[in-house]
Design a protein around this ligand. Structure first.
Ligand code: SF4
Length: 326
């Protein structure tokens, strides 16, 4: 029998969903508007090759006007989502937005450039805070100074790519950092009072289910605030495409990934917000896997699996519930 789930989990979803978490954290709901700050990535600039699955054209389908200024992108992005959300949010505290610096490594620039772009986003009257995606090796002292100053009076979450806790897997896919680099970056951000989201991929070549589930243990011990899960997929124009076409690598199956997510969530601290359970790619760029179900249906199926097991996020976590975070 499914049974009930403990606070703060969403009783219907059986995990700590991001929407509910952010309402508890800030007292309002917010929609992320993706913007392109014109950044690049050190793993492509210096190493040249980049991650073997990387084609940023395929990973940021929501950013439609990268040629515009930050304020121009926000204006168009907000107007695009406003009509559809207005009715659903009627009676709530009004629409709020976060500017989401998503494409490439969004702290990979001189500090004065970062400060200018972030503050341009925050100057938009409807933008409450920032979400900044980056890599562990793009968070040096000068960058942290900029982020710390922003976080002093506005909401800021920094999303850091981990992808796997296995150093051999990270080397195999050309990430250009270790799991220890990730841990150090999280500690620096937390010491600066900044919320942290982690990105993790299931099914990378050479990785194992134990490694994926073990990452939940590591993240739970690190005082992160959110996690984004992604299944390994192959998009056009990547080294992964060449290996996949040559039959050297495979991608996870739908049922396999549903089960892996349930295993992961059982091991994850109930205090960590689940920001996403599956990845997406631009139309026409995704080669594999081509599942018939979308992300919403996938999340529904993970909940169904947790319900079938009579389980929920944190059931097997060693992290105790922190009442101060309720
Ligand atoms: S860190 Fe991100 S942008 Fe850079 S190569 Fe890897 S996937 Fe691409």
């Amino acid at each position: 029998m499914p049974g009930s789930v403990p606070s703060p989990l969403n009783p219907e979803l059986r995990y700590n969903n991001y929407g509910s978490w952010i309402r508890r954290r800030l007292g309002y709901s917010a929609i992320r508007i993706g913007v392109d700050g014109g950044f690049s990535c050190p793993n492509r600039d210096t190493a040249g090759a980049g991650c073997f699955y990387c084609n940023n054209e395929g990973f940021t389908p929501g950013i439609r006007h990268p040629d515009l200024s930050i304020s121009g992108q926000l204006r168009i992005g907000i107007e695009r989502v406003r009509p559809g959300r207005k009715a659903a949010w009627a009676g709530k505290s009004g629409l709020r937005f976060f500017a989401y610096f998503q494409r490439f490594s969004n702290t990979h620039a001189p500090p004065e450039t970062l400060d200018r772009l972030y503050r341009e986003a925050l100057a938009h009257p409807e933008v409450e805070g920032l979400v900044v995606g980056t890599r562990p090796d793009c968070l040096g002292p000068e960058v942290l100074d900029v982020l710390r100053a922003i976080a002093r009076d506005r909401y800021l979450m920094v999303e850091v790519g981990l992808q796997s806790v296995s150093d051999p897997v990270l080397a195999r896919i050309g990430r250009g950092h270790s799991a220890a680099d990730f841990e150090n970056s999280v500690r620096s951000l937390r010491a600066s009072g900044i919320d942290v989201g982690a990105h993790l991929i299931h099914g990378l070549p050479g990785d194992t289910l134990d490694g994926f589930v073990g990452a939940a243990r590591l993240l739970s011990a690190l005082d992160i605030q959110g996690v984004k899960l992604h299944h390994f997929h192959v998009v056009a124009g990547t080294r992964a495409e060449r290996e996949w076409r040559a039959g050297l690598i495979t991608v996870p199956g739908y049922g396999e990934y549903v089960s892996a997510c349930a295993d992961f969530l059982e091991m994850l601290s109930p205090d960590i917000a689940v920001m996403r359970l599956s990845g997406e790619a631009s139309d026409g760029m995704l080669l594999a896997p081509r599942w018939e179900h979308d992300g919403e249906r996938f999340a529904h199926d993970v909940t169904r699996e947790l319900t079938r097991r009579g389980s929920y996020q944190g059931l097997r976590s060693e992290t105790q519930i922190d009442e101060s975070k309720r």
